[in-house]
Structure formats: C-alpha cells, structure tokens
Design a protein around this ligand. Structure first.
Ligand code: NAD
Ligand code: UDP
Ligand code: UDP
Length: 322
C-alpha cells in the first residue's frame, strides 16, 4: 500500500480501474496524494491504470467490495459498481450486492478509521423523473421491480446507508449524484449512447437511435466530473450532499448523433431500434447546489469533449480493440 505520512493523504478508490475511477486516480496522484485502487475488474481494466502502476504512491489491489476490506487510508471514494445497463443487468443480483454490501463494508471501514467517505451515486435515483430539471430534493420515480431496479434501487439503498451511518455514527459522508459522464476510457462495448454512436460512426455503421431519439440526456466530460468529486471530498464535514454533478446542457439523442456525425465526418445514417424498458424520457441536472457549495460548474461543452473521446475510440479501433 502507498505509505501514509503527515503531508500526503492516501485515498482508497474503489472501482479505481474503471472509467471515472481511473481518471480520479490520475487526479489524486497529480494532487500529490497516495492512491490505493481496489477493483475486481468486472468492468474495469488494468489498461486504464497501466500508466500508474509504477508510480511510488499508487497501488492496485484486486478485491470485491462485497467482502470486508481491512486497510489503512485517510479517505474513501466508493465508485465500485458496473454503470452501464448492459453490464449491470448481466448479473443483477451481484449489482445490488455491490451497491449495498459494498456500501456497508466501505462504511464499516470508514467508521473504524474515522475518515471521510464519498459515494458515487447517480441521477438514476431519480428514475424516470417527473420533475425537470432534477433538484436534489426530488425523491424520484423509480420502478422497484423493473430491469433497471438492481442499479437504481441498489444506489438508493446505498444512499440510505450513508445517511444512516452519518446519523447513527457521525461519520463524515459525501454523496454525489453523478449524471451521464463521457470521455476517454469509456468501454467501447458497454452499449452506452456516447460510445455506441462514436464506434458506429468510426466503423461506418449506421447510428442506432432507440425509440424516436427525442429523449434527452445531459453529458458531462469526465475531467469536469472528477474535479467536482475532488471538490466535494475537500468540503467541511457538515457538507454531506446529496449533490448533483453533471452538465446541464441537455441534448436529444438525435442531436447527439448529429454532433457525432459532424465530429467524425462519417457518412452514416440514423436508424431506429426499440426503446429499452424503463428508459427515462428526459434528464438534466439542476446544479445550483454544486455551484454554491463547491464553486463548481462544468467547463467543457459537448463539442469540445467529443474531440478527445473520438480520438480515444479511433485509437482503440486502430489497435483492433473496438
Ligand atoms: P465502470 O464500470 O467503468 O467502473 C466501475 C468499476 O467498478 C469497474 O472498474 C469495475 O470493475 C468495478 N467493480 C464493479 N463491481 C465491483 C466489486 N464488486 N468490487 C470491486 N470493484 C467492482 O463505470 P464508471 O462509469 O466509471 O462508473 C463509476 C461509478 O460512477 C459507478 O459507481 C457508477 O454507478 C457511477 N456513475 C457513473 C455514471 C456514468 O455516466 N459513467 C453516471 C452516474 C454514476
Ligand atoms: N468492515 C470492513 N473493514 C473494516 C471495518 C468493517 O470491511 O475495517 C466491514 C465489516 O466486516 C462489516 C461492515 O464493514 O461487515 C460494517 O461494519 P460495522 O462496524 O459498521 O458493522 P458491524 O461490524 O457491527 O456489523
Ligand atoms: N441510446 C440510443 N442508442 C444507443 C444507445 C443508447 O438511442 O445505441 C439511448 C438510450 O435509449 C437512452 C440514452 O441513449 O435513452 C442514454 O443511454 P445510456 O445507456 O448511455 O445511458 P442511461 O440510459 O443510463 O442514461
């Protein structure tokens, strides 16, 4: 494990070999901290952290957070959980266990060490929202028995556990509700819209719009998101969240497809495919709290953020990895 000393903090990042987690590891190392990356590599990859493996203040550990973990760290970022519908629906029981048992174990660890712990929650706690844009005081509209429930309800239960540990054990908790995030190191095959559209366009395949393509999402570039997580962890102990982190720029899937076609210069068409069940109609964060409390707002728009993302997928395709 990276050494702990008076000046440098060591953070545990669960899910640290994943898309967002690996960027967070980069960010923490850049800030001079030590990082213990814990991951079972279910959806993450050692490739995402390969450049960090020789760093003296970075250590990677294979571990499943549904089992107890006894380590010594100064703070915990709990990101372990498959995030895309294809991945989290492959083994839905394991998805719920990861969110719930994983939260219990990481909260138990934080309690023993008396250190702050941040939960990567999600806009999915709002389900198919009836309030638009979504504010943190909205309780959500989730189907508890649908195919997305293992993820949505698992994350909701994790939030409950965080707030009960806060009330019962005075633990320092930080809950971030993350909205759709994109950027380099996204999985090429996880079925998410940004990766699907870019890979399709780069391969000269038609772009698949599910449903009428008029549903909306708000896409945050990963560097902005990681900056928000980092700022939230640095807040005073009285700041618990939940706090929305996302880019309020709202796009229909048709608009996103058009932007991808423009950015890649691909001569492809849009084709329609059935809408998956429980697919939220619209989603857009209200980030007033993040602005006021964290002095945070995203700085990278979709056009700008698509450039490095397209370059990343182009590289994967050239290497035969996508
Ligand atoms: P990801 O799949 O790339 O990363 C998740 C990581 O967790 C992977 O490395 C995976 O191997 C690991 N993992 C899964 N189950 C585990 C277990 N039981 N024990 C240990 N490690 C485990 O996904 P991501 O997009 O980087 O998401 C990271 C976190 O952010 C997740 O908690 C996700 O719910 C949350 N989030 C992501 C988004 C988004 O748009 N990407 C939006 C909202 C919330
Ligand atoms: N736990 C852990 N690491 C620790 C401390 C606790 O993984 O350093 C686990 C522990 O195994 C338990 C969970 O966290 O399953 C919750 O711990 P807590 O102390 O809150 O509850 P209890 O052990 O009393 O059930
Ligand atoms: N989507 C689409 N084509 C695809 C993949 C996804 O139109 O090839 C749609 C999907 O139905 C949803 C939106 O894009 O309305 C975002 O999907 P994603 O799985 O990326 O994220 P989530 O639904 O979890 O927000």
């Amino acid at each position: 494990m990276p050494t702990r000393n008076h000046f440098r903090k060591t953070y545990l990042v669960t899910g640290g070999a994943g898309f967002i987690g690996s960027h967070l590891c980069d960010r923490l190392i850049e800030a001079g901290h030590g990082v213990l990356c814990v991951d079972n590599y279910l959806t993450g990859s050692r490739d995402n952290i390969a450049h960090l493996l020789d760093h003296p203040h970075f250590e990677a550990m294979r571990h499943d957070v549904t089992f107890p973990l006894f380590v010594e760290v100064d703070g915990i970022y709990n990101l372990a959980c498959p995030a895309s519908p294809i991945h989290y629906q492959r083994d839905p029981v394991q998805t719920t266990k990861t969110s719930v048992h994983g939260a219990i174990n990481m909260l138990g660890l934080a309690k023993r060490l008396n250190v702050p712990i941040l939960q990567a929650s999600t806009s999915e706690v709002y389900g198919d929202p009836e309030v638009h844009p979504q504010t943190e005081d909205y309780w959500g509209h989730v189907n508890p028995i649908g195919t997305r429930a293992c993820y949505d309800e698992g994350k909701r239960c994790a939030e409950t556990l965080f707030f009960d540990y806060y009330r019962e054990h005075s633990l320092e908790i930080k809950v971030a509700r993350i909205f759709n995030t994109y950027g380099p190191r996204m999985h090429p095959n996880d079925g998410r819209v940004v990766s699907n559209f870019i890979v399709q366009a780069l391969k000269g395949e038609n772009i698949t719009l599910y449903g009428d393509g008029e549903q909306t999402r708000s896409f945050c570039y990963v560097d902005d998101l990681v900056d928000g997580l980092h700022r939230l962890m640095e807040t005073n102990p009285d700041v618990t969240g939940p706090i929305n982190l996302g880019n309020p720029g709202e796009f229909t899937m048709r608009e996103l497809a058009q932007q991808v076609i423009t950015e890649t210069g691909a001569g492809v068409e849009m084709i329609h495919r059935p809408l998956p069940s429980d697919d939220p109609r619209q989603r857009k964060p209200d980030i007033s709290q993040a602005k006021a409390i964290l002095n945070w707002k995203p700085g990278i728009g979709l056009t700008e953020g698509l450039k490095p993302t397209v370059a990343y997928f182009r590289g994967l395709i050239e290497q035969g990895l996508a």
